[in-house]
Design a protein around this ligand. Structure first.
Ligand code: ADP
Ligand code: ZN
Ligand code: ZN
Length: 695
C-alpha cells in the first residue's frame, strides 16, 4: 500500500536555469563517440556526457575518478559515473578539462552502495556523491596525506656534514638528523613531531639543507605505537552470549542488541570490536548526534588500545578529509561517528555498529534525505559483515524484523553491575495548581531528594522560555514569517526564535494584529523551568542543559563536571536522556509529555515511549536507587499505562498491533511526495496532479 502525504515547501531553487546553463558555451565536435558520463553536484536527476581529453581513450577504470568539467559558464568538479557511447543523436559535447585523481576516489562497495542510495532516495547521483564526500574532496582538493613525515640526511649530506659551517642552524639540524635515536634502523632521520620538540624553527634549516641536496623529506608510516588495551569488567552471562553470537557470525547478519539502559551494551560493542581488530579488520561505530561525547571516545580509545577516529560535525574540513583518506587507505581501524560517518570508506571492513538505533538524528531531514541506520544495513550486506543495532528502546521496525526472524535478537534484560532499575510513579496533575508546570508533589520530591544529597533531573522536551507567544486580546500567536512554524519565546520573553528554520526576531512590544498589550508567553520551556527552580531552590546549582547551552561538543561535560557530586538540579531536554553516566542522579521528574500523546504523526507515540524510557534510565545508574515521577493530565492514557505496567516491550507489542490494523509501517510502505517551487500554486498543482494519478 502506498500513502501519499502531500507537503509543500517553497524554496528559491530553480532547476530550469541549471538545465539551460549546461548547453551554453563552446561546443566541441569529435569523431569518437566514446565518452565519460559525469555525476555533477546539480539538482538534476541525470548524468552529463563529456568527451575525454584529447588523445585519451576512456576505460571502465576511469569510473570513480574526479574530473573538472565546464558547465555553462562555470567549472564544476564531478565524478565519472559511467563510461560509454553517446546515446544522444546530437553529439555536440564539451570536453573534460582534467582528471583530478590517478586512481578512482570512489570505488568498489562504497561506489555501488551510493548508486543504490541514489536510486532508493531518488536523489541525483551527483548530489549523493556530494553528501558522501568530505567538502574538500567534493571541491576537487587532492586526497590528503595521512602518513607522517620525517627528514633524512642524503648520502651526500652524510659525507658533507663536516664541511657545514659550525654554529649555523643547518649544521645543527644536520647533526640532529645524523645522531637520530635508532641510527641504523631510521637511516639518519627524525620525524617532524620529534624535530618540533628538539629545535625551534627547524623548517627553514631543513629547506636550506634540501636546497643543497643534503637532506630530504620522506613519508613514513603513521605511528603504529598505540596504548595497550585496558581490560574491562568481566562480562555477565547475557553479555557473553551476545558477544559469542556476534563473533561467531560469518558474513552479513543484522543483530538487534536489545538491552535495558545500563545493561552494558557498550561493553558488548567493545568486545566485538576487539575481535574485529584481532582479525585485522576495520570497525565503524555510529552514535547519535548527542551521544558522541569526549567520555565515549576516551572509553573506546582506552579500552581498544588503538587510535580511534572521531567523525562529527565539529571537525574542520581538513580533519574530515584526512579521516576519510585514512580509512580509504586502510590505515585507520576504528571510527566512531555521527550520521554522515556512515559514508566512511571501509576497504577492509569487519563490523558495523549502530548505537541507539532508534534515534531520530540518524535520519537526515533536509538536502538529500537518507537514514543512516538503514544505509548501514545496506553497506553491511554489500560488505558481507555483521551489523549490530543496539538500543534500550528499539524502533518498532527493528523489533518487527527481529520478531519475523530477519534480525537475530540479542537481549540484555538486567542492568550490569549492581545498579537497580528505577521505580516509576505517575503524578496526576489534573485540577492541581502548577508552578511553571511543576506540581506541589514534584517540588516536594525534589526538595527531599536534594536534602539527602541527591541530584535531580527535570526533563522537559521543549527548549526556550515558552513554546509560543499569544495575544490574550485577539488570539494572535507568533509564527515564523519564513516557514509558518510557531515561534518559541526565548531570553525570558525578549526574543522569538524559530526552531524549524532558525529565524530570530525581538518580541514585538504590542500585538501585530490588534495593537493590544496583552502578549503572554504560553506554555513551559526549559528556560522558564530553570527560572522557577532557581527561585525555589536558591541554595543548590540549577543547570539548564539543552541545545541553547551546549552548542559546543564538550560544553555538557564541562557543566556536569562543574556540578560534580554535589546536590543540584539539571533541567533539560532529551540531550540529557542519553550518553552520560550521572551516578548521583536519584530523581527524574518528567514534566509534560501530554502534548505528544495526541499528535497526528503516527510515530509520535513511539517517540514518547522511547524518550520516557531513556530519560528514566538516567536515574539510579550506580549504587543509589532511582525514582522517576511522571506528571500528566492523562494518567489513564493507554500508552502510559502499558509502558509503566509492562515496560517498553509491552508498549511496542500493542503499538505494532495498532500499526498492523491501521496499515502503517512497518506493515506497509509510506511514500512522501514533496514539491519545491518558487510559487505555492505550481507546487500545489503538481502535487494535485500526482495525487490524481495515484488514486
Ligand atoms: P549501556 O551501553 O547498555 O548503557 P554500558 O556498557 O555503558 O551500558 O554499561 C553501564 C555501566 O555498567 C558502565 O559503567 C559499565 O562500566 C558497567 N558495566 C558494564 N558491564 C559490566 C559488567 N559485566 N560488570 C560490571 N559492570 C559493568
Ligand atoms: Zn492581538
Ligand atoms: Zn522558521
Amino acid at each position: 500500500m502506498i500513502f501519499v502525504t502531500v507537503k509543500t515547501t517553497i524554496t528559491r531553487k530553480c532547476s530550469k536555469g541549471v538545465e539551460a546553463l549546461a548547453g551554453i558555451g563552446k561546443l566541441v565536435r569529435m569523431p569518437t563517440p566514446f565518452l565519460l558520463r559525469v555525476a555533477l553536484p546539480v539538482p538534476l536527476p541525470r548524468l552529463f556526457d563529456y568527451l575525454p581529453p584529447d588523445g585519451y581513450a576512456p576505460s571502465p577504470t576511469d569510473v570513480g575518478r574526479r574530473v573538472k568539467v565546464p558547465f555553462g559558464s562555470r567549472e564544476l568538479t564531478g565524478i565519472v559515473a559511467e563510461v560509454g557511447f553517446s546515446t544522444d543523436t546530437t553529439p555536440e559535447l564539451r570536453q573534460v578539462t582534467a582528471f583530478l585523481d590517478a586512481a578512482p576516489l570512489l570505488q568498489g562497495e562504497l561506489l555501488e552502495s551510493l548508486r543504490w542510495l541514489s536510486r532508493y532516495t531518488h536523489a541525483p547521483l551527483g548530489e549523493v556523491f556530494g553528501t558522501a564526500l568530505p567538502v574538500l574532496l567534493r571541491q576537487g582538493e587532492p586526497l590528503p596525506d595521512t602518513h607522517a613525515w620525517a627528514w633524512r640526511l642524503t648520502t651526500r649530506g652524510l659525507e658533507e656534514l663536516g664541511r657545514l659551517r659550525q654554529g649555523t642552524r643547518p649544521r645543527r639540524l644536520a647533526e640532529l638528523l645524523q645522531v637520530s635515536v635508532r641510527d641504523i634502523e631510521l637511516r639518519h632521520q627524525r620525524d617532524e613531531d620529534a624535530l618540533d620538540m628538539l629545535m625551534d624553527d627547524w623548517r627553514s634549516a631543513a629547506r636550506a639543507l634540501a636546497k643543497r641536496g643534503l637532506a630530504e623529506r620522506v613519508a613514513i608510516p603513521a605511528s603504529t605505537l598505540a596504548p595497550t588495551p585496558h581490560p574491562g569488567p568481566a562480562l555477565n552471562t547475557e553479555q557473553q552470549s551476545a558477544v559469542d553470537a556476534i563473533v561467531s557470525t560469518q558474513g552479513f547478519a543484522a543483530l538487534l542488541l536489545d538491552g535495558v539502559t545500563g545493561s552494558g551494551k557498550t561493553e558488548v560493542y567493545l568486545h566485538a570490536i576487539a575481535d574485529c581488530l584481532r582479525r585485522g579488520k576495520q570497525a565503524l561505530v555510529l552514535v547519535p548526534e548527542i551521544g558522541l561525547t569526549p567520555q565515549t571516545l576516551a572509553r573506546f580509545r582506552q579500552r581498544l588500545g588503538v587510535p580511534v577516529l572521531a567523525l562529527h560535525s565539529g571537525l574542520n574540513d581538513g580533519e574530515r578529509a584526512r579521516g576519510w583518506a585514512a580509512f580509504a587507505r586502510g590505515e585507520a581501524r576504528v571510527a566512531v561517528g555521527t550520521r554522515s560517518a556512515v559514508f566512511t570508506p571501509l576497504p577492509n571492513a569487519g563490523l558495523i555498529i549502530v548505537d541507539e538505533e532508534h534515534d531520530g538524528s540518524y535520519k537526515q531531514q533536509d538536502g538529500m534525505r537518507y537514514h543512516a541506520r538503514d544505509f548501514a544495513l545496506v553497506r553491511g550486506k554489500a560488505l558481507d559483515v555483521p551489523v549490530i543495532l543496539g538500543s534500550a528502546t528499539p524502533s518498532l521496525e527493528s523489533l518487527h524484523n527481529a520478531a519475523s526472524g530477519r534480525y537475530a535478537h540479542l537481549r540484555l534484560s538486567q542492568r550490569a553491575g549492581d545498579a537497580k532499575p528505577p521505580s516509576v510513579r505517575v503524578t496526576d496533575v489534573r485540577k492541581r495548581p502548577l508552578e511553571a508546570g511543576l506540581s506541589a508533589d514534584s517540588i516536594a520530591a525534589i526538595s527531599s531528594a536534594l536534602s539527602v544529597g541527591g541530584q535531580v533531573l527535570v526533563f522537559k522536551n521543549r527548549r526556550g522560555y515558552a513554546p509560543v507567544l499569544l495575544c490574550h486580546d485577539c488570539g494572535w500567536s507568533s509564527q515564523c514569517k519564513r516557514c509558518d512554524s510557531p515561534l518559541t519565546v526565548h531570553g525570558g520573553g525578549r526574543r522569538l526564535q524559530c526552531h524549524h528554520c532558525g529565524a530570530r526576531q525581538t518580541t514585538p512590544p504590542a500585538c501585530p494584529d490588534c495593537g493590544g498589550l496583552a502578549l503572554q508567553p504560553q506554555g513551559i520551556g526549559t528556560e522558564r523551568l530553570e527560572e522557577r527552580l532557581l527561585e525555589k531552590f536558591p541554595d543548590v546549582p540549577v543547570l539548564r542543559i539543552d541545545r541553547g547551552t551546549t552548542q559546543r561538543r564538550d560544553a555538557l561535560a564541562g557543566l556536569l563536571e562543574k556540578l560534580g557530586d554535589r546536590p543540584g538540579i539539571l533541567v533539560g531536554t532529551q540531550i540529557l536522556a542519553k550518553g552520560h553516566d550521572l551516578p548521583h542522579l536519584t530523581l527524574v521528574v518528567v514534566v509534560g509529555v501530554d502534548e505528544g500523546l495526541f499528535s497526528s504523526d503516527f510515530r509520535a507515540g513511539e517517540k514518547i515511549a522511547q524518550q520516557l524510557i531513556q530519560v528514566a534510565g538516567r536515574a539510579g545508574r550506580a549504587q543509589k536507587p532511582g525514582e522517576v515521577r511522571l506528571q500528566t493530565h492523562h494518567p489513564d492514557h493507554p500508552l502510559l499505562t502499558t509502558l509503566i505496567n509492562g515496560g517498553y516491550h509491552a508498549f511496542a507489542e500493542s503499538e505494532l498491533e495498532q500499526r498492523k490494523a491501521a496499515g502503517f509501517p512497518p506493515f506497509a510502505h509510506l511514500a512522501l511526495l514533496r514539491a519545491e517551487a518558487q510559487h505555492m500554486d505550481v507546487a500545489n498543482a503538481f502535487l494535485q496532479q500526482a495525487k490524481n494519478m495515484l488514486f
